[in-house]
Design a protein around this ligand. Structure first.
Ligand code: PXL
Length: 267
């Protein structure tokens, strides 16, 4: 019998289908792996604002994670919105039991418009508990600034990247302002740096870009690609998904990317 490459997303839900576990499942599927989801919280939002966050009980979150990992098994895991310190700690304690599964940690702290998606005292918990288990962490520019406690230096990213890889992980910092463009900076755990300078795409449809990008990295890791290659493939995927998403109207605020752009092009 065959085996799917399988990714478990441990993440929050939101009703638009743009971000959170909904985006994770679309991105993982679009990139060719089997997608599963353990929910951490339910966010009520529209395209203009986050209205409410309801965290789920820690026992239920961990129960879902173990149900999938112990029975079905995962070939990669990604974490998204965890929201609370206790959840970050409990997820990390649990994932210690599965040390051979590649782990993508997207330290979700703010959404694309800068609204908070984490309790303030939970930021340090990422460093203490979850980053030491990560294959790669994927903060965006604002999240990197919160982790570093200063502005990430796009001109000379070496020291900041080294700091973000201090737990033995690789890191990619997304959407760093760089001259007239944006840059993603990748560093492997041995500190070799790769810069992806990107043309700015004129669109407001960027809700869930971080979730989508980190999930596509997890999908490519689940298929056995080394981390540098998984990031390169994910950069290409998110670029195309944003470019296609820019051509759609969606609500009155911030819309989604087109996760399945490859399929739309075929029909
Ligand atoms: O894009 C970050 C994000 C992650 N997870 C959930 C969200 C959002 C943004 O709205 O709702 C559940």
């Amino acid at each position: 019998m065959k085996e799917y490459p399988k990714v478990l997303a441990i993440a929050g839900s939101e009703p638009l289908g743009s971000a959170g576990v909904q985006a994770d499942i679309k991105a993982i599927s679009a990139c060719g792996s089997y997608a599963a989801g353990a929910l951490t919280c339910i966010v009520n939002e529209d395209t203009m604002q986050v209205k409410e966050v309801f965290p789920l009980p820690v026992e239920l979150i961990i129960g879902q994670v173990r149900s999938f990992l112990d029975d079905v098994h995962a070939s990669a895991i990604k974490t998204g919105m965890l929201f609370k310190k206790e959840v970050i700690k409990a997820v990390a304690e649990t994932l210690k039991d599965y040390p051979d599964i590649p782990l993508v940690v997207d330290p979700v702290m703010v959404n694309s418009t800068g609204e908070p998606l984490i309790e303030p005292d939970a930021i340090e918990a990422y460093k203490e508990y979850l980053f030491p288990l990560a294959t790669i962490i994927t903060p965006n520019y604002r999240e990197a600034n919160l982790l570093l406690k200063h502005d990430f230096c796009g001109e000379n990213p070496e020291d900041d990247m080294k700091e973000l890889c201090q737990w033995g992980n690789a890191a990619i910092v997304k959407s760093i302002p760089y001259k007239e463009n944006l840059m993603d900076a990748f560093s492997s755990k041995d500190h070799s740096i790769q810069k992806y300078v990107k043309e700015k795409i004129n669109t407001k449809n960027v809700n869930g870009t971080g979730c989508t990008f980190s999930s596509s990295i997890a999908a490519f890791l689940s298929q056995g690609h080394p981390v540098e290659e998984a990031v390169r493939l994910a950069e290409d995927y998110i670029h195309n998904a944003i470019k296609e998403g820019a051509t759609y109207k969606f609500g009155s605020g911030i819309g989604p990317v087109t996760h399945f752009y490859k399929w739309l092009k075929m029909s």
